[in-house]
Design a protein around this ligand. Structure first.
Ligand SMILES: Cc1cc2nc3c(=O)[nH]c(=O)nc-3n(C[C@H](O)[C@H](O)[C@H](O)COP(=O)(O)O)c2cc1C
Length: 351
């Protein structure tokens, strides 16, 4: 069955129910090596042109599944087999959380957009750690995205991140500090230079596992550049830009809560990424995410300085074939421009 037919069925369900159905199937598949092999043969695009060594680990292709899809590390292997060069698990919080009241996930098929107000629903550090112990290290990179519990007061936020870094530092190829979700009250207030300095200085004391900062798209380019430069100075190993947007004017019919994602945030997300890259290209690892839905857009981000890319919403609308098509399209674009390796194209537009 092709993804279009599967999507026609899944889209008949509420978005979160559809996610649970897919998650159950993906989790089952993760225990079946023959199924994983078959999927990998069909969807995982590998090529010497796309392969990069980053964080001491081999990335077969630059496209990762963005945080929030595999919140509980139950589908990690299947997502790799479905074409992603790497998988970011989480956001994981110290204690389990049920998240915000339902409904909290909405589709906008006309615009190939999503809006979500999930609020870090996840199984919590203890359970997710056990799952990762069974699969890490894998033959592909795994990142773990971490966030504070909703009930943790702001003044104690640093303690949550310390706990999570200590618990996951040996179970991930990289960690991501998430202070950019719009769905945990006041979380984005932590996007200030003092907190970021304190956080990375603390983190660097605990581990040498690479730690990245993920930022929101809803700030001025100057603010974004200052924050990310501060993070890198304090020891951050990379920047992921961006999370979902709370600029509801970007999506006709949007609700006035949660974060929007997909094509509608493409330009906003790219604009912020580009400014950050101008400042930090060559100094740290740059990951671009937000509205990527084609090989053309993926290539634009790479030429603007992205070492790696991530996708969430376009995967919902396009399925694994889209991931394969983007990777194949990247190979073609590199060859057309006479590059022998993706690293020659990274930042080509700003060098
Ligand atoms: C349903 C949903 C849940 C998400 N959950 C998380 C999360 O837990 N942590 C996080 O850092 N980002 C989360 N995100 C944001 C994505 O990782 C990504 O940054 C954003 O959707 C933009 O990429 P896209 O346009 O390709 O979807 C979530 C996005 C969606 C749509």
């Amino acid at each position: 069955m092709d993804y279009q037919s599967i999507k026609n069925i899944l889209f008949k369900f509420e978005p979160e129910t559809a996610h649970h159905i897919a998650a159950t199937a993906f989790e089952l598949a993760s225990f079946m090596p023959p199924v994983l092999n078959a999927l990998q043969k069909r969807y995982l695009v590998t090529s010497p042109l796309l392969e990069q060594d980053i964080f001491g680990k081999k990335f077969a292709n630059p496209l990762g599944i963005a945080a929030g899809f595999d919140k509980n590390a139950t589908m990690t292997k299947t997502l790799h087999a479905l074409g992603f060069g790497y998988v970011e698990v989480g956001t994981v919080t110290p204690k389990p959380q049920t998240g915000n009241p339902l409904p909290r996930l909405f589709r906008y098929p006309r615009y190939e957009a999503l809006q979500n107000a999930m609020g870090f629903n996840n199984d919590g550090a203890e359970i997710i750690k056990k799952r990762l112990e069974r699969i890490y290290p894998a033959d592909f990179p795994i990142g773990v995205n971490i966030g504070k519990n909703k009930t943790t007061p702001q003044a104690k936020a640093l303690e949550d991140y310390r706990f999570l870094i200590e618990n996951f530092k040996d179970l991930a190829d990289y960690l991501v500090v998430n202070i950019s979700s719009p769905n945990t009250p006041n979380l984005r207030d932590l996007q200030n230079e003092q907190f970021i300095k304190d956080l990375f200085i603390m983190a660097k004391d605990i581990t040498s596992t690479p730690i990245l900062l993920k930022i929101a798209p809803d700030m001025s380019p100057e603010q974004a550049v200052n924050l990310t430069a501060t993070a890198v100075e304090a020891g951050a190993d990379g920047i992921i830009a961006t999370n979902t947007s709370i600029d509801y004017s970007l999506l006709k019919g949007a609700k006035d809560f949660g974060g929007i994602s997909g094509k509608v945030i493409k330009d906003k997300s790219f604009a912020i990424f580009k400014e950050i890259a101008k400042e930090l290209f060559g100094k740290t690892v740059l990951v671009s995410v937000g509205g990527i839905e084609s090989a053309e857009e993926a290539y634009r981000r790479i030429k603007a300085g992205a070492n790696l890319l991530q996708i969430y919403t376009a995967f919902i609308y396009g399925g694994p074939k889209l991931i394969a098509d983007i990777n194949k399209g990247l190979i073609e674009a590199l060859q057309k421009d006479g590059y022998e390796h993706i690293s020659q194209a990274v930042g080509a537009d700003i060098r």
